[in-house]
Design a protein around this ligand. Sequence first.
Ligand code: DGT
Ligand code: CA
Ligand code: CA
Ligand code: ZN
Length: 577
Amino acid sequence: MDNSAIANIFDELAELLEFKGENPFRIRAYTQGAKAIRELDESVADIVADPDRKLSDLAGIGKTLAEKTETLLATGKLPQLEKLREEVPEVMMQMARIPGLGAKKAAKLQQALDIDSLADLRAACEAGSVAKLKGFAAKTEQAILEGLAIAEQAAERIYWSTGNELAAAIGRHMKACPAIETMQWAGSYRRGRETIGDLDLLVVASDRDAAMDHLESYPDRSQTIGRGETKISIRVGKAFQVDMRCVEANQFGAALQYFTGSQAHNIHTRRLAKENGLKINEYGVFKIDDDSQVAGASEEDVYAAIGLPWIAPELREDRNEFKLAQQDALPELIQLGDIRGDLHMHTTATDGQNTIREMADAAIARGMKYIAITDHSKRVSMAMGLDAARLREQWSMIDEIRPEYDDRLVILKGIECDILESGEMDLDDDVLAESDWVLASVHYGQRQSREKITARILSAIENPYVTCIAHPTGRLLNRRPPYDVDIDAVMKAAAANGTMLELNANPARLDLNDVHLAAAKKMGIPIVISTDAHTIDGMDVMQYGIKQARRGGLTPTDVANTGTFQQFQQLAAAKRG
Ligand code: DGT
Ligand code: CA
Ligand code: CA
Ligand code: ZN
């Protein structure tokens, strides 16, 4: 059993315990342990086997967790987990994840209506049986139906960040196979889509069977869905599918191009090929009249054969990449190394876990030249949001700290100020005016009407002290739809007022999305890519924001926090007039 398999089990355990209403601290111990094990750079099994070492000496792993890990390694099972799985059927967990349902109602529905699957639940809602139950109204039934659509998707697709971890783990495993000469991920993962349906691996192997055997020996494989001469599909963990195809070296580029997709992009490439008397498929590019191969070994050759420069995978959605390629105007997409500032982060003053100094040091370690400390405002009472007095206290602390960092890092006095349900800002203008950087965000009243939500955000954009709107649509991937906001109106107002818009890099948010980003770029709205870090490690999500930005076609000049501090400051000052 490898680290990720063990980590998955502790995550599942945590989820089940949460469902049962267990003590949150115990649950946290499991999720933290899972993370520690997943991110460990050596095998847990090796540590356990070493008589000179103790698992519980590792950070994040307590005595209980260490014992359970040893049981897992010795027996492959965990009695507590087996028992919980029996008590809480999978469908109940799925139902509890439906927005607006929760654990209690899910249990009630499951028992009253004998529901075995989400399809059963949908049928029951559509037949009106849910609304007839005591404690459930027609409105609840409607909300369940809406939530179901999201939950069904959640059961299938994983976050890009999760796919990235899985791809890395499988990649490490496959590297040990001597039969594999070349290996490359394709599909939506390579295109950097925010969620991934399955992973697609391409290999060139001296011995195909050996390569396929090796994938089947992946420790966390749960099933082989199918295996043929050149293709194999397996399931990893609970349900996730991984496809692997073996191709010849002289076809590798064509196969990579084909299996990277998207399908819409491929259809367009085939049309262009045909117009040039060529045929393009996963084996290569061929002349239609005599079937002779003109390209196939590399992607560059494949695109060149149809008269185009190589197109970055993130752009391959058949949006406008062909037009840009034909005009030789493809954007020089932004890269992680272009980022110089991080302008959204929390500290121990509210719901963050690290101090200002710790965050500043971590930012320097990540190559940042400027940061903004943006804790929550008082409306977010759950996170001990700051009122004016506490905020000013934090600012004098920043004044104190600044000289320690002088030319290494600029620390801005910021705030993530809530836009209240009424449309007012949570802190008075005179307080906002004293700050260097104001993020405005909606955390409450997300279900208000389109008119109300849009008006709230517009008034924040027009506020002279608000420099940026954070996570402008509020969506959480697979979990919560965006609020009903007129995003066009938001963008027009942002452009008119010089208010920046955030691309929140948290892998569950990625808000704005790729399509919005392309629109913002067109309108000249400066985008700020931020981590919204609540811990030091939280700063590492920047890479996911960069992926999303690339999908939106953004270059360094489209992104405000790629500039020097002086350039960035000018942009922020332009807003404040
Ligand atoms: P996913 O897995 O749902 O996140 O999305 P993809 O894009 O990875 O889709 P997948 O895994 O079904 O197939 C990988 C790529 O292979 C896809 O992007 C384009 C190519 N492909 C697969 N089936 C077809 C097809 O029937 N026609 C065309 N033109 N391309 C296909
Ligand atoms: Ca795929
Ligand atoms: Ca696939
Ligand atoms: Zn935040």
